[in-house]
Design a protein around this ligand. Sequence first.
Ligand SMILES: *Cc1c(COP(=O)(O)O)cnc(C)c1O
Length: 315
Amino acid sequence: MTGRVGEGGAVAAPAGVGARLPSPLLDVRDDRFDAHGVRLALKRDDLIHPDVVGNKWRKLTPNLAAAGQRTVVTFGGAYSNHLRATAAAGRLLGLRTLGVVRGDELADRPLNPSLARCAADGMRLRFVDRATYRRAAEPEVLAALLAALPLAPEDAYVVPEGGSNPLAVQGCVPLGRELRGRADVVAVACGTGGTLAGLAAGLDPEQRALGVPVVGGGFLAEATAGLQRAAFGERRGTWSLDDRFHWGGYARVPAPLREFADDFARRHGLAVERLYVAKLLWALLKLTEEGAFPAGTRLVAVVTGRPGPETDGQG
Ligand SMILES: *Cc1c(COP(=O)(O)O)cnc(C)c1O
């Protein structure tokens, strides 16, 4: 299956990419939310595309259109959803992709299921040590990396780790627009904050976007505001973050969270991605139980992903 990058920055979608947009919005009856008068609905961005799931589809398509014929170079950890999505989108659109993976010790081991999928989708993988990886966004480090690949700078289209740049943020604006008039609070799990930045910009001002970071650190409000300024020249929308409910790391799926996710799957017949989505739903339940949402609140949780290869708690 091949797609085509259209003129004027638009991806010629359905032939190659076949996205289902707008994504469905489904009410769920859950007695734990019902008990507080909170009406929960799921924005099923996991149904946008079978291979390029959720927020990654929204973030990647404008970037792949901008890449033209260049090789898409991007960065991620060994279980990165972003790398997997980029590899799949590259295959669908007939673009070359190159993944720079954190951890040179991985180079000598068999690929884990996540990286094996990237490779099967045609992504070339390069492993770099953690010190280099941390500095990969710095121009000289990046230039040296590209030279070693080898790839001429003019043949590379570089997408940052996690995929968040101004085009990605703009790509997430329709997520908010699709929810106008249909929610009071829209909650999304955050890694880089790019999805939250676009979502908030697409909502009406009386609607609130709520970001739940999956790792702690308190850097995310600044990062999200910075992404909005880069994408729109200003801060947009009504949004906030609540980072009390993180679990301490991307690769950690501790037992209580696993149990929560399994229980949610049983109740609703929906297996959810655990590194982000289960954490989001868990946080929303805690917030609901704390009385954070007044009775009658229409609360939408964005299902940004579906289950994939996971580390199941090995840090
Ligand atoms: C990448 C990802 C996120 C976080 O997106 P950001 O734009 O980096 O905040 C949320 N959920 C899932 C499933 C993801 O893969």
